[in-house]
Design a protein around this ligand. Structure first.
Ligand SMILES: *Cc1c(COP(=O)(O)O)cnc(C)c1O
Length: 457
C-alpha cells in the first residue's frame, strides 16, 4: 500500500514563529506554567486543541462571501438547517455560537438540584454546565476504556450494565437525559460502536429517558465504525451517521470540530415541546432562532464543512495521521493510549513521569516540558482539569493523567508531525529531570483554563 497523502493542496499559508529554548523558559514562567496563558505567536506547533483550528476549504471561503446576513430567515440558515437535517435526521435544528452554548441551554432547562446526567464520559464544558445547573454528571465508561495501553476497537463505549445500575440507583425520574459523547474526547478520542449506541438507546427507551448524542466528532466516529465494526465496511459514512443519529432523540454539536468551522454549534432534536423551551432561552442568550449567535457567513461555512468532513479520502487521511504519530511514539516506548483515537494522541503522563505524584500534576509538568523543549503546545487532561478537593482540601485525582496532543484538521503536514515525535522522544529521554508543579491560584469551575502554577523546588 502506498503512502496515504494529505488529500488537499495548499493555496494560502500562514507563517509560524520560531523561538529559542531560552526564550520559551521565560515565556512559560510568565504564563505561570499554564500554556493557556501563552500568546499563540510564541507557539511553534499548536496542538492545544482541534477546536475551531481547522483550515477551511476554498469552498467554505467562497461560502463566507455568499453568507446572507439577514437578521431573520437568512438563506444561509436554511442551507445550514438542510445540511444538519440530512446528516442527522432531526427535524428541529437550533444554531448556537458554540457547543457549550447548546449545552447551557439544554441543561438550564433540564438540570437542577437532585438531577443526574449519565454519559460514557462527559466532556469538561458539558460537565461544567451540568454542575452549574446544580445537577450531577455520572460517567459510565466501559472497563476497556480505563486502561490506556489496552488495545480494544471501541474504548469509548458506555458500560451498559453500569448505566442500568445507575438508573435503578438514582431513579429514572431523576435522570433527565443520557448523553453519549462520540468520539469520547476526554476518554482518549476513542470511538463508540453502533452496537453500544443502540444498546444505550434501548435502555433509555425502556425507562423513558431522552437519549442525546454529543456529536462533536460524529464523522470520525462513523469512520471508525466503518473500519472496525462488523457489517459496516460496505456502508458509506453518511449512511452510518444517519443510522447512529436515528437511535437518539437529539444532539449537541460543536461545529468547531467535525464541521471545519472556526466558530459555531447547534442543538438538534425531535421533541417539539423541548424545542420551544430551548428557542425561548436561545432568543435571550444567543439570538434569533435563524442565527443563534452566528453570522450568516458562519452558518454557510458550517453547512459546507459538515458535508466535506464525511469525505472518505479525508477521513482516511485524518485517522491515519493520528495513528502515524501514535505508532512513532509506541516504537520509542513512549506510553500512549492505544489504539490511536480520532483527533488526538494521548500520552499517559503517570507512566511517562512515575517519579511525580498525582498531587504534583504530572500531566501539566509534561505539557510544560514539551513547550520548553520544542515549542509544542498541548493540554493536560488529568487532575488539573478534573481533580476535585475532599473537605480536608486533599486532592481527589482524576482517573487518568493524560497529555493530549490534538491535531488541527488539515493544518499541519507530515514533517510537522515528524518534528513533534522527535521533541516528545527527546523529552522522554530526559524525563527524570522533569519536576512536579503546585497550584498557586485557581477558580472553582474549569480551573485548568486560568490556573497559575509553579514548579516544586
Ligand atoms: C469541544 C467539545 C464541546 C464543547 O464545544 P465548544 O464549541 O468548545 O463550546 C462539547 N463536547 C465535546 C465532546 C467537545 O469536544
Amino acid at each position: 500500500m502506498k503512502t496515504i497523502i494529505e488529500p488537499f493542496k495548499i493555496k494560502s499559508v500562514e507563517p509560524i514563529h520560531f523561538t529559542t529554548k531560552k526564550e520559551r523558559k521565560v515565556i512559560l514562567e510568565k504564563a505561570h506554567y499554564n500554556p493557556f496563558r501563552i500568546h499563540a505567536d510564541d507557539v511553534l506547533i499548536d496542538l492545544l486543541t482541534d477546536s475551531g483550528t481547522s483550515a477551511m476549504s476554498s469552498d467554505q471561503w467562497a461560502g463566507i462571501m455568499r453568507g446572507d446576513e439577514s437578521y431573520a430567515g437568512s438563506s444561509s440558515f436554511f442551507h445550514f438547517e438542510q445540511s444538519v437535517k440530512e446528516i442527522t435526521g432531526f427535524p428541529i435544528v437550533i444554531p448556537t455560537h458554540q457547543g457549550r452554548a447548546a449545552e447551557k441551554i439544554l441543561f438550564s432547562i433540564l438540570g437542577g438540584k437532585g438531577k443526574y446526567f449519565i454519559s460514557n464520559t462527559l466532556f469538561d464544558t458539558t460537565r461544567a454546565n451540568i454542575e452549574f445547573s446544580g445537577a450531577e454528571g455520572i460517567d459510565c465508561l466501559c472497563e476497556a476504556g480505563k486502561y490506556p495501553s489496552f488495545p480494544a476497537p471501541f474504548k469509548g463505549n458506555m458500560d451498559i450494565d453500569l448505566l442500568k445500575k445507575m438508573i435503578d440507583q438514582k431513579g429514572a425520574g431523576n435522570i433527565p437525559m443520557v448523553i453519549m459523547t462520540i468520539t469520547n474526547n476526554s476518554g482518549g478520542g476513542q470511538p463508540v460502536s453502533m452496537q453500544n449506541i443502540k444498546a444505550a438507546s434501548e435502555v433509555c427507551k425502556q425507562h423513558n429517558i431522552p437519549f442525546f448524542i454529543d456529536a462533536c466528532r460524529f464523522a470520525e466516529n462513523s469512520y471508525f465504525i466503518k473500519l472496525r465494526e462488523e457489517g459496516y465496511a460496505g456502508k458509506s459514512v453518511p449512511e452510518i451517521a444517519v443510522e447512529l443519529f436515528s437511535y437518539s432523540d437529539g444532539c449537541t454539536m460543536s461545529a468547531k470540530k467535525d464541521a471545519f468551522a472556526n466558530i459555531g454549534g447547534f442543538l438538534a432534536m425531535r421533541d417539539m415541546e423541548l424545542a420551544v423551551r430551548c428557542r425561548n432561552l436561545l432568543i435571550i442568550t444567543e439570538g434569533f432562532t435563524t442565527y443563534g449567535g452566528l453570522a450568516g457567513r458562519d452558518l454557510e461555512a458550517i453547512a459546507i464543512g459538515l458535508k466535506e468532513v464525511m469525505d472518505e479520502h479525508y477521513l482516511q487521511y485524518r485517522i491515519r495521521s493520528i495513528e502515524y504519530l501514535t505508532n512513532k511514539l509506541i516504537t520509542a516506548n513512549v506510553p500512549v493510549i492505544q489504539p490511536a483515537g480520532g483527533h488526538a494522541v494521548y500520552i499517559d503522563a503517570k507512566e511517562f513521569l512515575p517519579h511525580i505524584p498525582v498531587e504534583q500534576y504530572p500531566g501539566q509538568a509534561l505539557v510544560c516540558a514539551l513547550y520548553v523543549e520544542g515549542g509544542i503546545r498541548s493540554v493536560e487532561i488529568g487532575s488539573l482539569m478534573f481533580g476535585k478537593y475532599a473537605p480536608n482540601h486533599q486532592l481527589i485525582p482524576s482517573q487518568m493523567e493524560l497529555v493530549r496532543l490534538a491535531i488541527p484538521r488539515r493544518v499541519y503536514t507530515q514533517s510537522h508531525i515528524d518534528y513533534v515525535a522527535e521533541v516528545i522522544i527527546e523529552v522522554f529521554r530526559k524525563r527524570n529531570e522533569i519536576k512536579g508543579l503546585e497550584i498557586t491560584e485557581e477558580t472553582p469551575l474549569l480551573r485548568h483554563f486560568t490556573a497559575k502554577l509553579k514548579p516544586i523546588s
